[in-house]
Design a protein around this ligand. Structure first.
Ligand SMILES: Cc1cc2nc3c(=O)[nH]c(=O)nc-3n(C[C@H](O)[C@H](O)[C@H](O)COP(=O)(O)OP(=O)(O)OC[C@H]3O[C@@H](n4cnc5c(N)ncnc54)[C@H](O)[C@@H]3O)c2cc1C
Length: 382
């Protein structure tokens, strides 16, 4: 039976040197931003911030220089990500493109697509959304029904995408559509496209989340024309590409750091001499955090070595999202502070924000149950 393999690794000196530079930049950029704002973690959207990141060379860090990348190591990229997330920097405007849309184009895009999109992503100028889920297709993504029919010069698209994060702010969406249909072979006949979000025939409406904010959208395609040269990869090869794309979004520090701000604020709250219960709780959280970080770093090390750590990455996402999800309730039971929204102390509002958002941590990017099915398959158990 296949097993997991995590290896302890040290960060190389150049990665630690970079950390100091990133911290200095974040101190200048974020100043005394409130804890609740920092708790938004990778949810904050700020194009100017992304352009500054691009100018520093901190987007597209591992990509080839000929596409605007910087040919740095996966471990250096890791340091930049963890510092951004730990500080609660507003990375959303470049996050999706840096993490998955760009790598997808690097692997499957045409040379013309790479030349057009990758340098602009690297400069922090282009923002991407993910068009996968549909009203009746979430976990069972292969059942998606939005149709892209061939017409002269391209495709005519009809259907609806849902939960599309930041599509109303993004320039492009990597969308998966059905280009042919055989009910017996639902994983075949899917194709991916680069869709300009401003195309005629696309209507977006906001979906307001539980916390009253707008980052989700419903995106309706009505006879929208997508040119042929915007198809990514071969027609019908979408399923393999989508699963590759989803693998890019597992295991990074964003899968265990979402509630970090609350740990930091709790340490501040209990002060230098915490009671025994607080010390035990915080100690346990920090021990879990350190272990998860090592596991996640190990995956980054394997990626750097050109290996394919899909199974380990899925484990990090499963354990990591469970960890970040439990923190608000753990802190609530420890301190008895009530979570609050809108008003209240910084601490109460940080607790309130994370209590409201924590349920989504194990849904975004594919649910816990589905991820565990993938792990079981990787282990040869199903
Ligand atoms: C914060 C957030 C951001 C998101 N952003 C995007 C985005 O930008 N683009 C995008 O396309 N989508 C996005 N999504 C959607 C997300 O990918 C889906 O919500 C997710 O895949 C689950 O699909 P669903 O909501 O349709 O639930 P369903 O698939 O209906 O699942 C409902 C429940 O049944 C369980 N379940 C389903 N199938 C199985 C199975 N085979 N075995 C065991 N249990 C099962 C699930 O685990 C879940 O608990 C986002 C979601 C969240 C929460």
């Amino acid at each position: 039976m296949q097993t997991f393999r995590f290896e302890l690794g040290e960060l190389p000196p150049e990665a630690e040197a970079l950390r100091a530079e990133v911290r200095e930049f974040l101190r200048e950029e974020l100043g005394d931003a409130a804890p609740v704002r920092r708790a938004h973690s990778w949810g904050g959207f700020d194009r100017e911030f992304s352009k500054k990141m691009g100018a520093r060379g901190w987007i597209a860090m591992t990509w080839p220089k000929r596409y605007g990348g910087h040919e740095r190591s996966a471990l250096e990229r890791y340091v930049v990500l963890e510092e951004m997330l730990a500080a609660g920097a507003p990375v959303s405007a470049h996050w999706i493109a840096d993490r998955q849309s760009g790598p997808l184009l690097l692997r499957f895009g045409t040379e013309a697509q790479r030349q057009k999109f990758l340098p602009a992503i690297a400069r922090g100028e282009l923002s991407f959304a993910i068009g996968m889920s549909e009203p009746d297709s979430g976990s069972d993504l292969a059942s998606l029904r939005t149709r892209a029919e061939r017409v002269p010069g391209g495709y005519r698209v009809n259907g609806t995408k849902v939960w599309t994060s930041n599509a109303h702010l993004a320039d492009y969406m990597i969308a998966t559509f059905r280009t042919s249909h055989d009910p017996a072979k639902k994983h075949e006949g899917l194709s991916q496209f680069l869709v300009d979000t401003k195309l005629p025939g696309i209507t977006m409406s906001p979906i307001i989340d539980l916390a009253g904010s707008h980052h989700f959208n419903m995106v309706v395609f009505e006879d929208a024309f997508v040119p042929e040269d915007m198809r990514v990869g071969d027609e019908g090869a979408g399923w393999k590409q989508v699963t590759t794309e989803l693998a890019f979004e597992r295991s990074g520090p964003e899968r265990y750091l979402s509630s970090l701000r609350l740990i930091i604020e709790t340490i501040r709250e209990v002060g230098a001499e915490p009671g025994e219960r607080a010390a035990v709780t915080i100690g346990r959280l920090v021990a879990h955090l350190a272990t998860l970080r090592q596991m996640s770093l190990s995956v980054a090390g394997m990626l750097q070595a050109g290996q394919n750590p899909n199974l380990e990455a899925s484990v990090v996402k499963d354990v990591g999202t469970s960890f970040e999800q439990e923190i608000p309730e753990t802190i609530h039971s420890l301190l008895g502070v009530e979570p609050r929204l809108g008003s209240g102390s910084d601490f109460e509002r940080t607790l309130g924000f994370l209590t409201e958002h924590a349920p989504s941590f194990s849904l975004r990017g594919g649910t816990r149950e589905v991820l565990r099915g993938i792990i079981a398959r990787g282990l040869g158990l199903r």
